[in-house]
Design a protein around this ligand. Structure first.
Ligand SMILES: NC(=O)c1ccc[n+]([C@@H]2O[C@H](COP(=O)([O-])OP(=O)(O)OC[C@H]3O[C@@H](n4cnc5c(N)ncnc54)[C@H](O)[C@@H]3O)[C@@H](O)[C@H]2O)c1
Ligand SMILES: O=C(O)[C@H](O)COP(=O)(O)O
Length: 392
């Protein structure tokens, strides 16, 4: 049994999956082996020595101190694509809201006093103040063509838009899913200069922080509508407010409101609702719970953002999982210690990702605590554990 601490309300299906597998789950669990989280910030949390994995039920991991986790041998998971449809649907709504003055119009209708005016007559007389263009035939630029960006780009095509995409790291999987009608923008600047509607779908990291800055906004097509359903810090708020004031951007739709944006005309601020559908919450919770349980029970790693993918069927005997710096001679040092302990390796898988290697090693005999200690003491070993319950 593992102890799993939750840091947000996680959909019941995910909790049930873990409990059905015999794990203790909840917000008050102490000394956790695993953490299950949505958007709660974990940067200021000190992790105890028992922690082995963190599963983010969702896509963005900027709330998790991933580098620190890697150094401490903690595997971080996310759930790619689990909430993409939910976000895509809200982006489609955002396109409409950015184009037609639906929110202002609805707010105005609520101000009409039926005791004083004929509401139907007043609506017909006043509606011309709330018109706006159709999106069909206009050009949509999608920055980042991952799980969400591909769906948004394809939805744009279905809605009769011309769509251009920009993603220097486009995966083969995304390329397969992308409509052939989507044009390739040669650069971010070219996309910004050419598009009437722009939607950004990239992770927040050191490369993308502030990617939409004053310089790029100055080069953006006059009157463009900008949608941000990714993260607040991708966009320089002050520069966006200025662009809204001078008409460079006509509407900024964001799922990540900040103090600097509130009260500015042209801002449509949504309270981070992109993934708030029962379908997305259930999908994400189940995927996160499954991945965390598979890792804690068997050492298998799927959809980690800091460890390599590594999955091996067990043989029913003891299993060691071990992470080490990806430098020469590590495997021989590990296997030497196992040989000295007279352990026969029945199966072994070694994978690496950047500077980190991860090993799953099944042996025919029982592994002693002393052997694990020797493995942990090898210079360059970040983490070594016997998976409780063996590799069956
Ligand atoms: N509003 C919400 O509730 C909500 C929900 C899910 C995800 N998100 C945000 O959306 C982001 C994207 O989610 P996803 O599921 O599509 O992730 P994803 O990993 O499937 O796709 C991200 C894409 O961005 C691309 N990319 C990375 N750096 C880039 C750059 N500098 N320029 C252009 N493209 C770049 C990658 O190649 C990848 O194709 C998440 O990281 C998260 O921050 C928000
Ligand atoms: O990155 C994500 O998956 C989204 O921002 C969703 O966040 P949430 O799980 O807090 O709704």
């Amino acid at each position: 049994m593992a102890r799993i601490q939750t840091f947000n309300k996680i959909a019941a299906e995910g909790i049930a999956l873990l409990e059905a597998r015999g794990h203790q789950v909840g917000p008050d669990v102490h000394d956790p082996d695993g953490i299950l989280v949505r958007s709660a910030k974990l940067q200021d949390i000190t992790f105890g020595p028992s922690l082995r994995g963190i599963a983010r039920a969702g896509a963005g991991v900027n709330n998790v101190p991933v580098s620190r986790c890697t150094e401490e041998g903690v595997v971080v998971f996310n759930t790619p694509g689990s909430n993409a449809n939910s976000v895509k649907e809200l982006v489609v709504a955002g396109l409409m809201l950015s184009s037609r003055k639906i929110i202002e119009g609805c707010q105005w209708v609520q101000t009409l006093d039926p005791a004083k005016v004929d509401v139907g007559k007043e609506v017909e007389a006043g509606k011309s103040a709330f018109g706006g263009p159709e999106i069909a035939g206009k050009r949509l630029g999608v920055i980042g063509l991952g799980a969400i960006g591909v769906m948004v780009a394809n939805a744009g095509i279905s809605l009769g838009m011309e769509v251009a995409g920009y993603d220097p790291y486009l995966s083969v999987n995304s390329a397969w899913g992308l409509s052939r009608s989507v044009l390739r923008a040669t650069s971010l600047e070219a996309l910004l200069a050419d598009c009437d509607y722009i939607s950004i779908h990239v992770p927040l990291n050191d490369e993308t922080r502030g990617v939409i800055n004053a310089d790029r906004l100055n080069k953006t097509k006059k009157g463009a509508r900008f949608l941000n359903f990714s993260r607040d810090a991708l966009v320089d708020d002050q520069a966006m407010v200025k662009a809204l004031k001078d008409g460079t951007i006509s509407t900024y739709v964001t799922d990540f409101p900040t103090a600097a944006l509130l009260g500015n005309p042209g801002v449509i601020a949504i309270p981070h609702l992109g993934a708030s559908t029962p379908e997305a919450e259930t999908n994400s919770a189940i995927m996160a719970a499954q991945q965390l349980a598979d890792f804690l029970e068997q050492g298998n790693i799927k959809h980690s953002v800091n460890f390599p993918e590594c999955i091996m069927d067990g043989n029913g005997g003891d299993r060691i999982i071990l992470a080490n710096k990806n430098v020469p001679n590590m495997v021989s040092r590990i296997t030497t210690i196992l040989a000295e302990a007279e352990l026969n390796i029945s199966d072994m898988l070694n994978r690496h990702r950047d500077d980190l290697a991860y090993n799953i090693i099944d042996v025919d005999q029982t592994i002693s605590a002393a052997t694990v200690e020797k493995l942990q003491a090898i210079d360059g070993v970040v983490m070594a554990r016997v998976v409780p319950g063996g590799a069956g």
